[in-house]
Design a protein around this ligand. Structure first.
Ligand code: SF4
Ligand code: F3S
Length: 386
């Protein structure tokens, strides 16, 4: 291990020891060992999962035992999860698999002190639970928020509970006492579909509603690895991870979909699907000309996939729609047309006779270069600020 990794290792080890020494305030009757065993997962499988998660978090393999220990301690940290204006897809995607992955079992094991989808309470009792949890764990809890937040004059479009609290008020109040705050999903990170033009409810991302720092974990939905990995990273280090220009952890959002795409060889060879169902589609060619936004999208789907690595949008035969980027409903649509067409139709309208994806070489490379340069420059500024 080099010096930097050595220091990080020592820091994580001390932190885990400290969490273990602190009196456990959580009334969590579950034991992760039992949960795994009851689901037919052996210790060996668990350690294999810890190795994969360590690599996902961009940590060296020496951290594998620490990642495993962090997962075992995950039940000791209270999590408050709020729903705003959204479809609950971020929670559902993690909770409703028929054969739960280790990630989803660990998510179950995490002490969800308040989560409207999974808790038994309802009505005034649910509101009471939220207040009790925030009071009991003030300054200690992890806050995760799902959904865009109507604000300003339209704040009342999201009114929750018997006392007419708005979603924005709830989010601000919960953020006050939180130790660390994650915006889960694109709606909470960037506003999402609620904030798409013309944004009738004036929906905002969480970061515009609270003054406290917010770590964005976008995606529609974000992968289970990115949600659980965010919690584990916090348990390991207790600090914000390295973030990109849009406050996304670089361990998850540091590479473009296009960089690690399994169809990339076809892109480089100029082999494209021209229309869905054609021979190119049968041959697994690149989906750029039928609208793939992988060249403009930063996420780790091409590396990790979804549903226990079985598939992901591009493997399923549809292009990436850019779901982890800000304002993707407005900027990346129409989803089944190349962005190059739109760039010509807007920025370059009238220049050049050919306004189709056949100009992909020129337009894509220039647009991609601009995007990458901007991303790199802003990331550098962000890093320097840290
Ligand atoms: Fe993959 Fe899309 Fe890039 Fe083609 S354009 S290589 S399908 S990410
Ligand atoms: Fe979203 Fe594209 Fe991944 S659409 S799920 S970022 S492949």
């Amino acid at each position: 291990m080099d010096n930097q990794n050595n220091q990080a290792y020592e820091k994580a080890l001390n932190r885990l020891n400290e969490i273990e020494r602190l009196p456990n305030k959580i009334d969590n009757k579950n034991d992760i060992k039992d949960i795994l065993e009851n689901n037919g997962i052996s210790r060996r499988d668990f350690m294999k999962w810890a190795a994969a998660m360590t690599a996902t978090l961009a940590l060296p393999s020496s951290f594998i035992p620490l990642t495993a220990r962090a997962a075992e301690l995950a039940g000791r940290l209270p999590v408050v999860w709020l729903h705003m204006a959204e479809c609950t897809g971020c929670s559902e995607s993690l909770l409703r698999s028929d054969a739960p992955s280790i990630d989803s079992l660990i998510f179950d094991y995490i002490s969800l002190e308040y989560h409207e989808t999974v808790m038994a309470a309802s009505g005034w009792q649910a509101e009471q639970n939220a207040h009790n949890a925030m009071k009991k764990y003030k300054g200690d809890y992890i806050l995760m928020v799902e959904g865009g937040i109507p604000s300003g004059q339209s704040e009342f479009y999201l009114t929750i509970g018997a006392h007419g609290q708005t979603g924005a008020q709830n989010a601000r109040e919960a953020a006050e006492g939180a130790k660390v705050i994650f915006a889960i999903g694109t709606c909470s990170s960037f506003g999402g579909v609620q904030a798409a033009n013309p944004n009738p409810t004036n929906a905002m991302p969480l970061s515009k509603v609270t003054k406290k720092p917010v770590i964005n974990v976008p995606g529609c939905p974000p992968s289970e690895k990115n949600i659980v990995g965010s919690v584990l990273h916090f348990i390991l280090f207790g600090t914000r991870p390295s973030l990109d220009a849009y406050n996304r952890p670089t361990w998850a959002y540091g590479h473009r979909i296009h960089d690690l795409c399994e169809r990339r060889g076809h892109f480089d060879a100029g082999e494209f699907v021209q229309s869905f169902g054609d021979e190119g589609a049968e041959n697994g060619y690149c989906l750029y000309k039928v609208g793939c936004k992988g060249p403009y999208t930063f996420n780790n789907c091409s590396r990790l996939g979804f549903n226990q690595h079985t598939s992901w949008p591009i493997r399923a035969g549809h292009g990436c729609i850019g779901c982890s980027e800000p304002n993707f409903w407005d900027t990346m649509s129409p989803f089944e047309e190349p962005l190059a067409n739109k760039l010509y139709a807007t920025s370059f309208n009238g220049i050049g006779a050919d306004k189709t994806a056949d100009t992909v070489g020129v337009v894509l490379l220039s647009a991609t270069a601009i995007g990458i340069a901007a991303h790199a420059a802003i990331s550098a500024v962000t890093k320097n600020k840290e």
